[in-house]
Design a protein around this ligand. Structure first.
Ligand code: CA
Length: 377
């Protein structure tokens, strides 16, 4: 007997006869089940609270979360009711995680990198320095093993998180002075959360994590010297241009910030499979719609900031970017020392960035460069 034949023999494939036998049995069972089924009973009503880290009605972030809560109600004909609480309405913005982990509320809408003090690996599931763009992080989470790692991380806290929005590539931030070298960050008090903030620390700056609702007052009072937030559409709404004139791009710290819907896992798994699927589907819809809205509105907002408000648009130079890269490497070295799970997430991130990024490098990136060059736009 040849080796090839042996291999084929080793694979267990159901015989044609067995297949038809199984199909017939399933058919019988299905008929029996449907004829014996009880009359349709209305599925359970579900009531849940969703806390958020965003101010009420804040463009994209707040409105996106509120739209998600309403969508879940609409998709279930009002059977699943989510009572939405913006930052400070039920708990403070940064208490949202504990609120859901403890089961006091069932859901949150936030950026998971707000929880890096609990575990640095949370940083990878919003945005990490020199990390994924929108399409790349979605590829990683949905098809590259990212969701499984995210689940493993959240499991220790009794939560689970799903993609429920994205802001796209963020701006580098608002400054009162030009940033020409890494030295310009020395002693700079800047609002920048997550692992990106830690990179700023490596450059001699003082990173400060503040929820959105508290940034403007701190910038105006001088309690902080600089801030990053999101991008033109959101930053215009924050009126940062009243307190800082230099608006830098591109941000190394958040190239595609994923917004998460976190759930209390015990509560979530107590729901029917169809309700779980409904909520996860609504989150995926919220992700797509949120990203589309940012992409649709950032350009016009940027024009208003520059033309109507005198904002000076500046690009970080290569020297500054090289310093960011050095700082990011130092931060990542430390993250890996934290725990086995942090090292595992980091390793997966590096592998995915290489594999998924190989395609971005040949697709989005050169196409946009050539489109602009050839058309002179
Ligand atoms: Ca940001």
């Amino acid at each position: 007997m040849s080796k090839k034949k042996k291999t084929l023999k080793g694979i267990k494939t159901p015989s044609r006869r067995k297949f038809f036998k199984a199909a017939a049995a399933t058919g019988v069972a299905a008929v029996a089940a449907s004829s014996l089924a009880a009359p349709a009973v209305a599925a359970d009503r579900v009531e849940a609270s969703m806390v958020a880290t965003w101010p009420r009605d804040f463009p994209g972030l707040g409105t996106g979360a509120q739209r998600l809560a309403k969508r879940i109600a609409d998709m279930s004909d009002g059977r699943i009711q989510i009572t939405y609480y913006a930052a400070g309405e039920r708990v403070k913005a940064f208490d949202s995680f504990d609120e859901v982990a403890s089961g006091n509320s069932q859901m949150y809408h936030a950026a998971d990198y707000y929880w890096v003090k609990k575990h640095p690996a949370f940083g990878y599931f919003t945005a990490s320095p020199f990390g994924f763009t929108y399409s790349e992080i979605n590829a990683w989470i949905h098809f590259g093993g990212g969701q499984q790692l995210w689940d493993e991380l959240c499991d220790d806290y009794g939560t689970q998180s799903f993609i429920a929005g994205n802001t796209g590539v963020q701006m580098g931030g608002w400054f009162n002075k030009r940033i020409r070298s890494a030295n310009d960050f020395k002693g700079l008090k800047m609002r920048m959360p997550g692992l990106g903030g830690q990179v700023l620390g490596k450059l001699g700056g003082s990173p400060i994590s503040l929820p959105g609702g508290q940034i403007y007052e701190n910038l105006v009072s001088g309690a902080i010297d600089a801030t990053e937030w999101v991008g033109p559409w959101n930053d215009e709404a924050m009126k940062f241009h009243e307190a800082a004139k230099y608006y830098y791009y591109p941000g190394m710290h958040e190239p595609g910030s994923l917004l998460a819907c976190g759930v209390n896992k015990k509560w979530f798994t107590s729901l029917s499979k169809s309700d779980q699927t409904l909520i996860k589907t609504a989150c995926a819809w919220a992700d797509e719609l949120t990203m589309a809205e940012y992409n649709a509105k950032n350009g016009a907002a940027l024009a208003r900031l520059v033309n109507d408000h005198g904002v000076k648009l500046e690009k970080f130079n290569d020297k500054v970017y090289d310093a960011f890269a050095k700082g990011a490497n130092e931060v990542y070295d430390e993250v890996q020392q934290h725990s086995a799970l942090a090292a595992k997430v980091h390793k997966a991130f590096i592998k995915a960035r290489k594999e998924i990024g190989a395609w971005t490098n040949l697709s989005d990136s050169p196409y946009i460069q050539q489109r602009n060059r050839a058309l002179g736009i």
